[in-house]
Design a protein around this ligand. Structure first.
Ligand SMILES: [Zn+2]
Ligand SMILES: [Zn+2]
Length: 222
């Protein structure tokens, strides 16, 4: 089981421009440079969550074409935290009808409103449908959405397409993830694990060290 990034890369960050982060993209990029990051992915919530939560509109997604990092050398990419919508595995993967290269598959409790007993099949269908777009998966060990999840069955399909999992350091910190379940899943995932902040604030970046320490304790890092 490989750890796919270092402390200098973070692939799960939210901005004020497109969803519920506390900081703008420019502020995030400046801060990332200050703390020595080399590469970051700003992965805001999909339009399904934006609509449900009534996040107010601030920036056109198409304006991303007009931006460049004018602050530092940090490589910045943009993605979307998808939402699993239904048992057929349909997902919302756009922000303002625009798709992104970098996609995280998750399932939010308020968005997926089908029978939770069928959540395993919903994930499996989504992975079969969209495997070529999904960079990694999360939420399969989140307490509020994984009660009925057969993680071994999901891991098998993830392995078929070599899709990694995420260790989400914000949820590790707040206890919203079932860490015992995560420990069981981790050795099953052949493609490896990303350690990400899921930062909504600058402070969230500081939680990443605990994620790397956890993997060290578990014997995945020396
Ligand atoms: Zn959020
Ligand atoms: Zn997130």
């Amino acid at each position: 089981m490989k750890v796919l990034n270092t402390i200098h890369e973070d692939y799960h960050i939210h901005s004020l421009n497109y969803s519920d982060g506390m900081n703008t993209i420019d502020e995030i990029v400046q801060y990332a440079g200050k703390i020595g990051m080399k590469k970051i992915a700003i992965t805001d919530h999909s339009q399904a969550t934006i609509d449900k939560e009534k996040f107010c509109f601030k920036s056109w997604r198409s304006s991303l074409r007009r931006r460049k990092n004018v602050h530092n050398e940090v490589e910045v990419i943009f993605g979307v935290e998808w939402d699993l919508l239904d048992e057929e595995g349909n997902c919302c993967f756009d922000i303002q009808w625009k798709e992104s290269e970098f996609c995280i598959l998750v399932c939010h409790k308020d968005i997926y409103q089908w029978d939770w007993k069928n959540i395993t099949q919903a994930y499996i269908n989504a992975i079969h449908k969209y495997h070529d777009k999904i960079k990694f998966i999360w939420h399969i060990y989140k307490k509020d959405t994984s009660e009925y999840l057969d993680v071994e069955a999901v891991a098998k399909v993830l392995n078929q397409y070599q899709i990694p999992i995420e260790l989400n350091c914000s949820n590790l910190d707040t206890g919203r993830d079932d860490i015992e379940k995560f420990k069981k899943i981790l050795p099953l995932i052949e493609a490896g694990v990303y350690v990400n902040s899921d930062a909504h604030t600058f402070y969230d970046f500081s939680k990443r060290q605990a994620g790397f320490d956890f993997l060290k304790e578990q014997g995945y890092l020396s």
